[in-house]
Write a protein that binds this ligand. Sequence first.
Ligand code: PMP
Length: 403
Amino acid sequence: MSKTALLPPEPQVAQLPWHKQLQQSLQQRRDAGLYRQTRQRQGEQSVEVVVDGQSFLSFTSNDYLGLASHPDVRAAFIKVASEEGVGSGAAHLLTGHSVHHQHLEEQLAVFCQQEAVLLFSTGYMANIGVIDALTGRNDVVIQDKLNHASLLDGGRLSEARQWRYAHNDMQQLHRRLHQTSDAGQRLIVSDGVFSMDGDLAPLPEIMALAQQHRTAVLIDDAHAIGVLGSQGRGSVEHWQLEPASYPIVVGTFGKAFGTAGAFVAADEVVIETLRQHARSYVYTTAQPAAIAAATSVSLRLLQAESWRREKLQALIEQFRRGAEQLGLPLMDSQTAIQPVLMDNEHQALAVGQSLEQQGILVGVIRPPTVPAGSARLRITFSALHQSEHVDRLLSALEQACAH
Ligand code: PMP
């Protein structure tokens, strides 16, 4: 038999002219230095990782507190998976909602000082579900331009009119509120900590404007929950808001909690509305119960072990001091997300490669994930890093940026 006879026939889709256009656009992306690729990690998710067979010291994960590999978190996951199986088998509103989900929701409501909590299978799904469920045709959604893609996508799904304001520009937000005063309901939406810049939304100012204009606020605290505030309650604790002026909060478990999934914390009426109407809650399989059980353990650990937040903060400060001495272009971030700006995407790739040759892995972030002209290295820290790791990173950066 000839070799070609073993190949599958050309699929129907590949015969279409449209398929050629897809190929061309992939090639353009490659040529522009914007092509994204998956790599394979083997073994444990930690600060020392093996990727594509090579060992690296990694500054790429959002496991800010080092809980993803914590023995108690693993043990809770394994116990419930062995008792109850892996898959939850159904949506929450059918039989997918286990006692472990219920406990986690109740514990999170207490932690967040809000009336109620609803779990979602991912943060992406929480964000699209909430915005779509809470706003409709006569309403307006007003978002920071640098909000996470899932928030912007939530706006696209909703039938509400979409407005944006320049990043953290409170004067422009104020103008937007005046411009939309004829709308039905309005929802201001912002990241609590911006995922690519690492800076904070000015929550007290946003809440004051919202109060003045009788507008609801949704804060995506994916990068703040567990990390900011002395007890890890996120942006509201960092800014010392009173519970009466808390926004609706989305938190995710894939970062500081070290597990997977997400939640929304708000008052009973909002949470009940989401349970009834959030399509990404109603029409999807509940996250595995073992994840909920492991997340409950993470929640206990992150409250009990404030040393993790303190250590993380010390590492961040050590890095910023060292990077400033090297004259690296840092951004205005005090959080575990520390971007270093590059001249362009080609330089970002070259510096990323040089770091890899020195055994260091960082995120190389290019448009469209960030605005054109703002390619950067995205360096994230974890409480599992040691001070020597930061020294190694700084000397590797010095060498990589010297070329
Ligand atoms: N919001 C923000 C700010 C994020 O950075 C992310 C994930 N990178 C998400 C939401 C989505 O969360 P998840 O990964 O749980 O889907």
